[in-house]
Ligand binder design. Structure first.
Ligand SMILES: Cc1cc2nc3c(=O)[nH]c(=O)nc-3n(C[C@H](O)[C@H](O)[C@H](O)COP(=O)(O)OP(=O)(O)OC[C@H]3O[C@@H](n4cnc5c(N)ncnc54)[C@H](O)[C@@H]3O)c2cc1C
Length: 392
């Protein structure tokens, strides 16, 4: 069995690592000429770490996501108001289920785990044949037994899919950055919520701080930067919106290289795909289920997809009417679609609540957060993490 993978993001690379470790010949095609945008952080939760364990990458991921010095049980985590008062606190046991890593470090451990020559950069894919086996690529078509389309939210492959709903704006814009040096965040980590505004603080293993800022946009505003408008990248818009919030928000933004502060409109798949499988081609990661980042699950779900597909494709006992490989890709679709589409819906709903703009809705949100017992908040946070890969 030979597998071709389109896209060298988290999902494509993780799938390649798992298959290669199981002895399956695999080639990854990436449209870019080099490594992609890896300039911010990402939270890996229990489920993503379980997937990395299944792919043999768990120890390396835990190493890059180790808890930084000073972040112990005494550092509160949860949600705050802009003046710094706590709305809800999560137990330390929940904090310990998360590894916040720099995207560049995650990309490095994935690439290091692959044999040299596995990833072919500068080779964009245009389409996949109806039987899902032949990829039309820059440099010529190539045929595989299975093709994995892991080409992200704007997936070119998905455009030929039956029932592609396309993507839509979620109604808010995010800025992300990593401070150039450690910032003391022992006073608290997590999220601070205002009216149509949110700021997140997550320390990396070396004490630098990954942060994100989210601002609601007027309904119907086109995505991208409108011509003639002030620049959306850089610290200016972030400090204008959040500079008066509690400490150390201003310090964290100020400690981030200005050119590394990028904004992007938050988008999601505009509806549910009826299938993740077309012949021998499967959609994986954001290509299949691009979701808003409110639960921090997009990348974790891509890792679950990868671990599931690897386990199924390498399971010698799986069998079906049309043969082992067809049975495996059908089972991948059956297992992954309901879970990922449910999590995408939950993330969208949470975003609407957290980005509440009106005084009444924001007040109701804050009250709900304030009166949610920590044990209930913890159960909610842990529910999505309950996942185990299929035995391969
Ligand atoms: C603000 C923000 C915060 C987030 N925070 C988190 C978080 O904390 N935790 C989490 O789990 N997730 C988070 N996510 C989501 C996460 O980043 C994505 O779900 C994840 O990166 C998806 O990985 P992927 O491999 O599916 O796609 P991508 O990472 O987008 O990779 C797709 C790859 O395919 C390549 N490609 C595209 N088209 C082609 C083509 N035609 N031919 C060849 N190659 C192609 C691209 O260049 C790219 O390298 C966040 C997202 C945002 C926007």
């Amino acid at each position: 069995m030979r597998v071709g993978i389109i896209g060298a993001g988290i999902g494509g690379l993780a799938t390649a690592v798992g298959l290669q470790r199981a002895g399956v010949p695999v080639t990854v095609f990436e449209r870019r000429d080099g490594a992609g945008d890896a300039g911010s952080g990402i939270s890996l939760f229990g489920n993503g770490l379980a997937a990395l364990d299944a792919l043999g990458l768990g120890p390396a991921a835990r190493e890059i996501g180790a808890v930084p010095g000073g972040i112990g049980p005494d550092t509160p985590a949860g949600q705050r108001r802009p003046d710094g008062r706590w709305l809800t606190r999560l137990p330390h046991s929940v904090q310990q289920t998360v590894a916040v890593v720099h995207r560049a470090d995650l990309q490095r451990i994935l690439l290091d785990a692959l044999a040299p020559g596995t990833v072919h950069t500068g080779r964009p894919a245009q389409s996949v044949s109806v039987d899902g086996r032949t990829v039309d690529l820059a440099g010529g078509p190539e045929t595989f037994d299975v093709v994995v389309a892991a080409d992200g939210i704007g997936s070119r492959m998905r455009r030929d899919w039956p029932g592609d709903p396309g993507i839509r704006s979620a109604g808010y814009r995010a800025w992300r950055g990593v401070s150039a040096q450690p910032v003391d965040v022992t006073a608290g980590i997590g999220e601070t919520v205002g009216r149509g505004l949110r700021f997140g603080i997550a320390p990396l293993a070396d004490g630098r701080v990954y942060w994100f800022a989210v601002v609601s946009e007027p309904a119907g505003q086109p995505t991208g930067q409108p011509a003639g408008q002030p620049a959306l990248d850089g610290p200016g818009p972030v400090l204008a919106a959040f500079g008066g919030w509690h400490r150390p928000i201003r310090d964290i933004v100020a400690a981030t290289p200005p050119e590394a502060i990028r904004s992007l409109p938050i988008e999601e798949l505009a509806g549910r795909l009826p299938t993740y499988r077309r012949g021998r081609c499967v959609l994986l990661g954001d290509a299949a289920h691009a979701m808003t980042p409110n639960l921090g699950q997009g990348g974790n779900q891509a890792l679950e997809d990868a671990a599931t597909l690897v386990a199924l494709l390498t399971d010698p006992t799986i069998d079906g009417r049309d043969g082992r490989i067809d049975a495996a890709v059908a089972e991948y679709d059956r297992r992954r679609r309901p879970r990922t589409q449910r999590i995408a819906r939950q993330a969208a709903l949470l975003g609407r609540v957290l980005q509440a703009r009106g005084p009444l809705t924001a007040w109701a949100r804050d009250a709900a957060l304030r009166f949610t017992p920590p044990a209930v908040a913890a159960r909610g946070a842990l529910a999505v993490q309950r996942w185990r890969p299929p035995a391969g």
